[in-house]
Design a protein around this ligand. Structure first.
Ligand SMILES: [Zn+2]
Length: 293
């Protein structure tokens, strides 16, 4: 999607994550007006130099949700839920669990995780789903209570055991405000899970081969990989003490029966990332599990 001058806000002079002005231009996203991808030399976030204004965003997302968001983000929410549960289950063992699902669409992933906790002995789960989407939500279990909000600007005193930010941070116009708010809502011993695209190394290969690669701007505004997440708390000011429990290439989104070729290719490309960690970048996406101490 090409954006005109009237669709955009003014160029951002500072990194939207750490505030540094020390950024280098790495890829041009569009001309007239120019929008570039800039890499921050301090926190390693890659962000678009200009972001859409509210009206453009509203139009873009009104279309986005009626088309394919839920299908595109992850083909099978139970697979991602099982993957997340496998790591957080070791840390969280409570009768009553509070989950905040930020940008979770219809809440399918949070509900699937809630059911896994109930199967493992928890008695009830409260879910707060924060999303623009007005998808109907069915939990299918009276022990799961779900409430909804359209954004984080609501007075919430509750603390959450689990905060999920899966495939959402890359869409945020002011990501650091939302991240600070989310971390302030994480309870002691609670786990924050994030999954973000990390496609720039793949995009650079495509460009070298003179092939087109769609960054999906203005849907995606940021690209956040291993170096960003592994150094996150050194570069970004967040209240509280945290430990990164796991920082790895993200789970493969498709399964063999849904899209065999794409799935096999994704496994092959991501495999070296599990061995070489941040020294290997051709992974397409990154994920972190962070605990509040
Ligand atoms: Zn930065």
């Amino acid at each position: 999607m090409h954006l005109g001058e009237n669709d955009l806000t003014s160029p951002m002079l500072e990194c939207p994550f750490c505030g540094s002005k020390d950024r280098k231009n790495i890829i041009e996203l569009q001309k007239n007006p120019i929008v570039n991808l800039l890499q921050c030399n301090r926190c390693f976030a890659i962000s678009a130099s200009r972001v859409p204004n509210n009206e453009t965003l509203r139009k873009y997302y009104s279309n986005y949700y009626t088309t394919s968001h839920l299908n595109v983000t992850i083909n099978n929410p139970n697979r991602l839920a099982g993957h997340i549960f496998k790591y957080i289950n070791k840390c969280i063992n409570k009768d009553h669990i509070n989950i905040l699902d930020f940008g979770g669409g219809d809440g399918g992933i949070a509900i699937a995780i809630a059911k896994m906790f109930l199967e493992h002995g928890s008695k009830s789960v409260n879910i707060l789903l924060i999303d623009y989407s007005e998808c109907p939500t069915y939990t299918g279990d009276s022990r799961i209570c779900i409430s909804k909000a359209s954004n984080l600007n609501i007075a919430i005193d509750s603390k959450y055991d689990i905060i999920i930010a899966s495939s959402i941070i890359e869409h945020l116009v002011d990501p650091i405000s939302d991240l600070k708010q989310l971390f302030s809502m994480l309870d002691m011993g609670g786990i924050f899970y994030a999954r973000t695209p990390y496609v720039i190394p793949i995009m650079k290969i495509f460009l070298r081969l003179n092939r087109y690669f769609d960054f999906t701007y203005p849907g995606h505004l940021h690209d956040l990989g291993s170096k960003f997440w592994n150094n996150f708390f050194d570069n970004v000011s967040i209240d509280g003490e945290y430990t990164i429990l796991r920082s790895r290439p993200s789970i493969v989104e498709t399964s063999l029966d849904q899209d065999a070729l794409r799935t096999i290719l994704a496994y092959i490309l991501k495999l070296p990332g599990h061995v070489f960690h941040e020294y290997y970048n051709i992974v397409g996406g990154w994920e972190v599990f962070i605990i509040r101490n």
